[in-house]
Write a protein that binds this ligand. Sequence first.
Ligand SMILES: Cc1cc2nc3c(=O)[nH]c(=O)nc-3n(C[C@H](O)[C@H](O)[C@H](O)COP(=O)(O)OP(=O)(O)OC[C@H]3O[C@@H](n4cnc5c(N)ncnc54)[C@H](O)[C@@H]3O)c2cc1C
Length: 425
Amino acid sequence: MKTNKEKIAIIGGGISGIATSVYLIEKGYKVDIYESKKNLGGRAGSINKDEKSIDIGQHIFLPSYKNFIEILEKLSSTKYLSIGKKLKIVVQENSKKYHLKSKVSIYPLNLIFSVLSYKNLKFYERLKIIFALYKLSKLDNHKSKISLESWLKKNNQNNEMIKKFWEIICIPAFNSKLNKIPINHAINLFKTMIFNYKKNIGICFFKKPFSEILSENYRNYIKKNNSNLFLGEKIVNIHYSKKKYLLEGKNQNLKYDKVILATNISNAINLGGLNSKKIKLSTNGIINIYFWFDKKVIDEDFISFSNSKLEWIFSDNKFRSKNKEFRIVISLSAAGNLIKLSNEKLISDYEKTLRKELNISQKTKTIKSLLIRSPKATQTQTGYNDLNQKNKKMYYVGDWTIKDLPNTMETAVLSSKKLVEKYFK
Ligand SMILES: Cc1cc2nc3c(=O)[nH]c(=O)nc-3n(C[C@H](O)[C@H](O)[C@H](O)COP(=O)(O)OP(=O)(O)OC[C@H]3O[C@@H](n4cnc5c(N)ncnc54)[C@H](O)[C@@H]3O)c2cc1C
């Protein structure tokens, strides 16, 4: 492999920082990667509680997250991924379970049969959903700036169809209510994740905390490639002089030829000299509430809910060898309004709802609970169209840098791939 002499620093050890380092190393660069927290993963990372790692938020993905999965393959970290081979979603409403699933694995029949099997809607409503999906797959960039909700209404989707199908899929995917999702974003997401993929899709998730899946393999990868990882090292300032960037950190003060900011938007503004007046920032929150019970409360890995405030719940029953505690996490997307409520209120309200919806008897005890707020789980900016430019030596990556796709782990990796392909020889 050719070696490249330029010294490069990556600030941020989230998915985009990690992916950028892999792509650069493959091109023969040595990199130094700085992460302010003690563990990797950023918004897909974890916190430590009772000496155990717990994901900041439940993350799901699809087999069509090709770039994301490829990075994990390169880091030999796919062992703990649960890859859904077939579409199979249980939707619960008023204690009754309905299924979005297909025995057929060939695209687009898998999609058609899944929707046809979904008895939570009337037959003619299911047909109308299939027709709307077909129309969406044929749309190129839409000229008007209407929302996904308006588009659905214009295309014969009634409130029941919106609530029981579109909201279940789209609110978590975009972390946004349907009236706030631009139709072009919806077209792009459905195309990249489903229509252009043209294969079978099922829900995928991690079998253990993402930062644990990554950490050792990534450390080894960095070491093997003569690069450096600095954890717990927050960069507070960047100075430019004599064609070099000096990074000011807690322990390190090193000079680089090029710097890649793989941080959130606010830190990119503070460190990277983006004009804050030019940027219109919008963020949305996600809340995850964990409950540990002394008995198993669901058999499924996940259930989504319609007509309930629970939205989606996930269990980790299957991946524990010695089960004494049975964990359920409630994942609440587009949670801007809930973020203002106290932990006590949210935990108590959602525990009551969970017990009612799942019919959990009083004999089943709640061992403990934990609420994790991510007020800026997703972030978008308008203002800068071309953040990265050829003649510059400071670059930006991250899910927020790709404007027409929602913030996902795949978008984060895609931003890294595009940057390295375009600006690094
Ligand atoms: C609760 C929650 C649930 C989610 N669910 C899903 C899901 O189901 N599926 C999905 O695809 N996506 C999901 N996402 C979104 C996904 O996590 C993000 O799109 C992705 O992780 C973004 O990666 P990133 O590298 O672009 O940014 P980040 O993860 O934000 O990484 C930026 C990193 O930079 C570090 N940093 C910032 N400033 C500095 C500094 N000055 N010095 C050093 N380091 C610094 C930060 O600590 C952080 O680690 C979810 C996000 C959250 C919060």
